[in-house]
Design a protein around this ligand. Structure first.
Ligand SMILES: [Cu+2]
Length: 418
């Protein structure tokens, strides 16, 4: 019994952001008093979930333990009683005579018999989003990273990346599914605050000709409606304007020395008067824990990406992921500089959108052979480092995690392999 509850607890920590109700099924009637404390966690109470506890036994009088208030207790002699729970029907949203419809969380659903079914989360390219959509995303990201309510959960989550940085998450078969799961779970945290939010794709490849600029059509580095621009060398490469500027946003990271070193002193640079000044400035309280960037150099362009996608055969996952990870992933991290080129990259607000782009590339490449998806990785039964889920849970973008959540990318690449 306790192990079942323990498992339920892990599930709750993993992903419930799309859920409105949870059902806990107890099938063993010879129980000690079970505790349901985990259901009172901040996470669950924030989500405002309906909790149904279904006690199944041929002899229901044997359920003798104290009934917690606030949950719905249901007694039945078979687990098929689940089908009769009224909310399962009530919570289906209705739709009109259209073939597709958006639900209250902006998921794209098929409309069948006036009911929304097969709903999918849609991740869009950042510049294709309206100003309102971009602001919503940035504000939710800021809320998750600054509100005391989420302090612990945010910190623990972004720390996973630095903790396991050199222990396998950046190696061959682990890299792609691990980061796919990582951004998905981060998206779940954001959706706990506002379920309309998905991680936007930063399409650095299609915009490589204007990559570090904001133009009327490219909003990534806008101070208003974007992530803010380059770090300012006069203030130790801190981001100076926008929602994540030194004044508005600080990293809750203790050890800033490594980032200071890598930012004030660029790659293979000698110590100069300028870098000395940078070190000094970076120790001032306002600049000590700021977000740092130091844009430099070009990033891969779209024709290079498409070329590789076309050339590498679906059965050669390792060749594909090697290019994705070592060339494109590393390069873009390093061309941004600052936090993004250190093991603390996940603290950067743009981290998620860079990885969404890498994931969109992988997703597109996977379209070449849908039947190859589960065979492309030799050890799909291995656990993802730091999580209770397995590689196989993150191979198919249309069925993520243990619940099979369907995510899709909205027109990032205008190519087909047919
Ligand atoms: Cu990483």
């Amino acid at each position: 019994m306790m192990s079942t509850l323990k498992l339920a607890k892990q599930e709750i920590e993993a992903d419930l952001s799309d859920e409105r109700n949870i059902i806990i099924v107890i099938v063993d009637e010879d129980l000690d008093e079970p505790t349901f404390d985990f259901l009172k966690s901040t996470r669950v109470s924030t989500l405002n979930l309906g909790v149904y506890i279904l006690c199944v036994s041929q002899n229901i009088s044997k359920f003798q333990f104290r009934k917690e208030v606030g949950f719905q207790w249901i007694y039945a002699n078979s687990t098929s009683a689940i089908k009769n729970l009224s909310f399962l029907r009530e919570n289906r949203q209705s739709c009109g005579k259209t073939s597709i419809a958006l639900d209250e969380c902006n998921r794209l659903c098929d409309c069948i018999n006036y009911m929304m079914v097969n709903c999918k989360r849609v991740r869009k390219e950042f510049s294709s989003m309206s100003k309102e959509e971009r602001d919503l995303y940035l504000n939710v990201l800021k809320e998750l990273s600054t509100n005391r309510k989420y302090f612990k959960i945010y910190q623990q989550f972004v720390d996973l990346h630095s903790k396991y940085f050199d222990s396998g998450i950046h190696e061959d078969e682990q890299f792609s599914p691990w980061h796919r799961s990582y951004i998905f779970k981060f998206e779940n945290l954001l959706r706990m605050i506002d379920c309309r939010v998905t991680i936007p794709v930063w399409n650095w490849a299609s915009y490589s000709h204007v990559i570090w600029k904001s133009t009327p059509t490219y909003h990534m580095w806008d101070d208003d409606g974007g992530f803010g621009s380059d770090g300012d060398k006069n203030i130790a490469y801190c981001v100076g304007k926008g929602i994540f500027s030194a004044e508005n946003w600080q990293l809750r990271l203790e050890d800033m020395e490594i980032i200071r070193n890598e930012t004030c002193l660029g790659e293979d640079e000698e110590i100069t008067a300028e870098s000395k000044k940078c070190f000094e400035t970076s120790r001032l309280p306002i600049y000590n824990k700021c977000l740092r960037r130091r844009f430099n150099g070009a990033v891969p362009n779209i024709s290079e990406i498409i070329d590789v996608m076309k050339k590498i055969k679906p059965e050669n996952f390792l060749t594909f992921e090697n290019t994705l990870r070592r060339l494109w992933h590393n390069k873009v991290h390093n061309r941004i500089g600052g936090h993004m080129q250190t093991q603390y990259a996940a603290y950067s607000p743009e981290f998620w959108s860079h990885h969404a782009m890498l994931d969109a590339i992988w997703t597109k490449w996977q379209e070449k052979c849908k039947d190859c998806i589960y065979n492309s990785i030799t050890e799909s039964e291995l656990r993802l480092i730091g999580f209770n889920t397995y590689r196989r849970h993150y191979l198919d973008i249309s069925a993520l995690g243990e619940c099979g959540v369907h995510v899709m990318y909205d027109q990032i690449f205008d190519i087909s392999f047919e």
